[in-house]
Design a protein around this ligand. Structure first.
Ligand code: ADP
Ligand code: MG
Length: 223
């Protein structure tokens, strides 16, 4: 029954989102269209700037659609016994590359003794990647992103901590709403997607944040 209810919830969420996504994807499309018209009239040498904007806006529309699709996916993802640290290790090259480019560093505090969990590794990777990217995007140079796993009673926890500016209480309430973003190029779908995936794993995702001192997202699974 619980999973049926979850499905109904998810489907109505998807319905509501279909309306907003139309709106969200139309924005970059309108920009691209406008710029293509302008470009028609320009000399070839002055086009670089326009090409860049057009490509960026197309990428943005693409990310919105990608994020939306993974959120809307209704298939039951296959799960298998997995070790959280394996999932994190598989992601590390990607995370390190990203952090390096930003002049930031990553610390791993992985408890290799946490029990295996019944997970869809691909989906949990998306969660970790999204939380880590958000953390990195919130920090400036020299920021430190920490990924931690631990057992707490009957729960296994995965924490993603950043040394960024933190999140003011007014924004905290909106974080998981689809399309809530404070970024010029954000889709606002990352955390909705994380929440939907974590809930499909019967887990919870919570945030603790202190302004000026950083933010921790905690994903807790039942062991
Ligand atoms: P996006 O990253 O596309 O903006 P998300 O759903 O991933 O969308 O995040 C929504 C918003 O939550 C972000 O725009 C940002 O304002 C806020 N946020 C998320 N993670 C953090 C973080 N680690 N530190 C500060 N703000 C955050
Ligand atoms: Mg994000």
């Amino acid at each position: 029954l619980r999973s049926e209810l979850d499905n109904v919830d998810r489907l109505s969420l998807v319905g509501q989102m279909a309306a907003s996504i139309t709106h969200e994807v139309r924005n970059p499309m309108a920009v691209v269209r406008g710029f293509l018209q302008l470009m028609q009239e320009k000399s070839p040498e002055s086009l670089d700037h326009y090409y860049r904007i057009v490509l960026e806006e197309l990428d943005r529309a693409n990310s919105i659609i990608n994020d939306f699709l993974s959120l809307a996916q209704n298939r039951i993802a296959e799960k298998e016994e997995s070790q959280l640290h394996d999932i994190i290790h598989e992601l590390s090259p990607l995370l390190w590359a990203d952090a390096n480019l930003r002049g930031q560093s990553i610390e791993l505090m992985l408890d290799h003794n946490v029990p295996k969990l019944n997970l869809n590794a691909k989906e949990i990777k998306q969660v970790v990647l999204n939380l880590a990217r958000n953390g990195m995007e919130a920090m400036n140079e020299k920021g430190v992103l920490t990924l931690e796993t631990r057992t707490d009673g009957d729960k296994v926890e995965l924490c993603v901590h950043d040394t960024g500016p933190g999140i003011p209480p007014v924004k905290k309430e909106k974080l998981f709403e689809p399309f809530f973003t404070t970024k010029a190029k954000g889709t606002g779908l990352g955390l909705s997607m994380c929440q939907s995936i974590v809930e499909r794993h019967n887990g919870t995702i919570t945030v603790e944040s202190e302004e000026g001192r950083g933010t921790t997202f905690k994903v807790a699974f039942q062991r």
